[in-house]
Design a protein around this ligand. Structure first.
Ligand SMILES: [Zn+2]
Ligand SMILES: [Zn+2]
Length: 313
């Protein structure tokens, strides 16, 4: 099959990658659309030493197993299934997990790939392909709600990139009065519909009950700390950040809850898409065919570019 492969060289499209051979309990999937995420750009630069087929954001058609012929999305963490983490429903934290297109498992920028069947979910007919492909990043945004409990109030999201924009919508829909702080807020009018308030580079005031750091910049954490109220929640949402040199005394003095947050459950994300409560399609900056995926990666790295999609037709 054709596949976009990373090895010791920069990633490139190869024509003769071996067909995926699914293990028992796995299914093969033919991607319909895949999304390029910042993690893919980092992996392509050699971050994490991954080798294999890149890509983890997809909507596709299952080729075999219980979902054969159905449109599916799928969780990207493949737990072993037997360890204490997996048995307590934390397969995303299985110490021997592989991760689709990121760690030890070939990804979705290929004509087909293999995935454990238990990771798959059928996409409701009301959710289009270009919406369903956002399920994975939207699930990562929804994960914050699973982590902070039932308290609501004022929220501030730092960083108006792809993830920050999704997080702000999710929080607003969940009942937070939400400010989105970022440098490039033009073209983001679609978030107003979910009740998000767009604030320029300077967040106004402080005392937020919840602050989400999604800038990935060095200054983000210090700014976030200055905005959160005593005993408030500060959620760190960026994995690829420079090392922070930040004064942690305010965390102690103000008893701040700092929470690291990564992947989330797909069910609430698909529900938000099916109910049309968040808008994702305005985040699409460009679409490329799989044949032009190298060009797509170049485009995805451009300034101000949001989501770049790869069509597999
Ligand atoms: Zn991603
Ligand atoms: Zn496990």
């Amino acid at each position: 099959v054709r596949a976009f492969v990373l090895d010791d060289n920069p990633p490139r499209l190869v024509a003769d990658w071996p067909d995926p051979e699914p293990n028992p309990g796995w299914a093969r999937v033919r991607p319909l659309i895949a999304g390029i995420c910042n993690t893919d750009l980092e992996l392509a630069r050699g971050y994490m030493g991954f080798k294999g087929v890149l890509g983890h954001e997809f909507v596709g058609e299952a080729l075999d197993g219980a979902f054969a012929g159905k449109r599916v999305v799928g969780g990207i963490n493949f737990g072993c299934g037997d360890c204490p983490s997996c048995l307590s429903g934390m397969a995303r934290h299985c110490p021997t997990r592989t991760v689709l297109g990121i760690l030890g498992a070939d990804g979705v920028f290929a004509e087909s790939f293999a995935i454990p069947e238990r990771n798959l979910l059928e996409v409701p007919a009301t959710v289009g392909d270009e919406e369903a492909v956002f399920t994975e990043p939207l699930a990562a945004a929804c994960q914050i709600l699973d982590q902070i409990g039932d308290e609501r109030g004022r929220a501030c999201v730092l960083g108006a990139g792809k993830l920050g924009t999704l997080v702000a919508q999710v929080l607003s829909v969940a009942g937070f009065e939400t400010d989105l702080v970022g440098r490039h807020l033009q073209g983001l009018g679609f978030v107003d519909a979910s009740g998000v308030r767009r604030v320029g580079e300077r967040a106004e005031g402080s005392g937020y009950d919840l602050v989400v750091e999604a800038t990935g910049s060095e200054e983000g954490l210090a700014l976030a700390l200055s905005l959160v109220r005593p005993r408030g929640h500060l959620v760190l949402k960026t994995t690829v950040a420079a090392r922070h040199a930040v004064d942690l005394a305010p965390v102690v003095i103000n008893e701040i809850h700092i929470i690291g947050s990564r992947c989330g459950r797909f069910e609430p994300a698909l529900a938000l898409l099916a109910e049309r409560r968040v808008d994702v399609r305005p985040l699409i900056s460009a679409r490329f065919a799989l044949a032009n995926i190298e060009e797509a990666f170049g485009a995805a790295a451009g300034r101000g570019v949001r989501k770049v999609l790869v069509r597999h037709d």
